[in-house]
Each structure stands twice: as structure tokens, then as C-alpha cells.
Design a protein around this ligand. Sequence first.
Ligand code: G6P
Ligand code: MG
Length: 215
Amino acid sequence: MKGFVFDLDGVLADTAKYHYIAWKRLADEIGIQIDEAFNEQLKGISRQESLERILEYGNKAAFFSKQETAAMAEKKNQQYVELLDELSPEDALPGVREFLASAQQYNIPCTVASASKSAPFILDKLGIREYFAGIVDPADLTKGKPDPEIFIKAAQLMKLKPNEAIGFEDAQAGIDGIKGCGMYAIGLGTSEQLIGADRVIRDLSEVTVEELICL
Ligand code: G6P
Ligand code: MG
């Protein structure tokens, strides 16, 4: 293996909880109850599509115009970005900094494959942006996860084929995207949540660069 591809929210940063808080607030305001089990299917999904899923779940999709849903998505993002204000290097998930520093020492490139438009901002806040050879811009994508496009682009940024890289994901949509292009998938979470992952770990402190490049 010659490179690593990382999802951001829930893999590098403890920010998946902030997405959930911001969506829950918005859903409450429009009278839709969402819980953490439902939230699992929003992980890895773009802002607009997440909102569509919430509205469909609450049977309210027909009640809002395009303009209204755009304003709702914008409002959720404002709340989310406010929550990010508190973010500091301590919000990097366990093992992240050590793993990235080790990859740098081994000269193994790392890239970020996140649907989030806030990815560069978050990497700066965590103080880990310098470790990445590239960040896929979600604006360049024609399809979101579970389509493999974002992972293929992440491998291209390292001049690698997908099967020469390892992808890390905490969302089922992400695992499906990684496997969809023949990349080795490491899931962060539980094997019940992450079907099809080649390996499941709790966090990055459980793996070393040394062992993974031998795969
Ligand atoms: C990631 C998160 C999703 C989020 C998406 C878009 O994939 O897992 O929960 O909806 O990014 O994030 P953004 O910050 O652009 O709204
Ligand atoms: Mg994620």
C-alpha cells in the first residue's frame, strides 16, 4: 500500500456530533424528530441531500420550496460553523496526529476525501493540514458517497490507483464508496454498523503505518 485516504468527520475530527446537533436543532424547529439511529444514514452525505432525507423522513418534503430548503440548509450550516468555533487541536480523534506524523516519516502520502465544504477550515483548526498532499474539493464531484468518485479522485491526487491505497471511513456510504473502486477499507466504528469493511477499528491508535503498508 502506497497511500492513505481519510474521511474527515468522525475519522480525523470529532465533528460528526456537531453535524448531528445542528441537524437536530433544525429538524426540531420544523417538527421532525430525528435520533442517533436515523443520523447514521446522514453520515458522509452532502448538506443538501441530508436535508432532503430529513424532510422525507418527516413526510414534509412537499411542503417546502427550493428556496426555503436552501435557506434551511444554510441555517444548519451557520449553526454547525458556530459549533466549530470551539474546535482545537485536542479535537483530533485518538491516534490521528501520531498516525499522520508516522506516515510523513515513511513518505506515504495522505489525502482527505470528505463531502464537507468546511474540511480545509477544520484541518487548520486541528493543526494537521500540513500532513496532507491534497484535499478533494467536493465542488468538483458529480456524485456524492456512496459513489466511489471522491475516493478515485483522492487516489489520483497521490498519483495512485485506488487499489494501491487504504481508505478510512466511519460511514456506511463511505465504506461502500471505498469498496466500489477496489480500495482497501478500514471502518471506524463497529462491524455491525460498517458492512463490507476489510477491517474495523475503534480509532487510529489501533493501527500503525508500518503494518498497513505491508498489506
Ligand atoms: C460529511 C459529513 C456529513 C455532512 C457533509 C457535508 O460528509 O459526514 O454529515 O453533511 O460532510 O458537510 P458540510 O460541512 O459541507 O455541510
Ligand atoms: Mg465521516
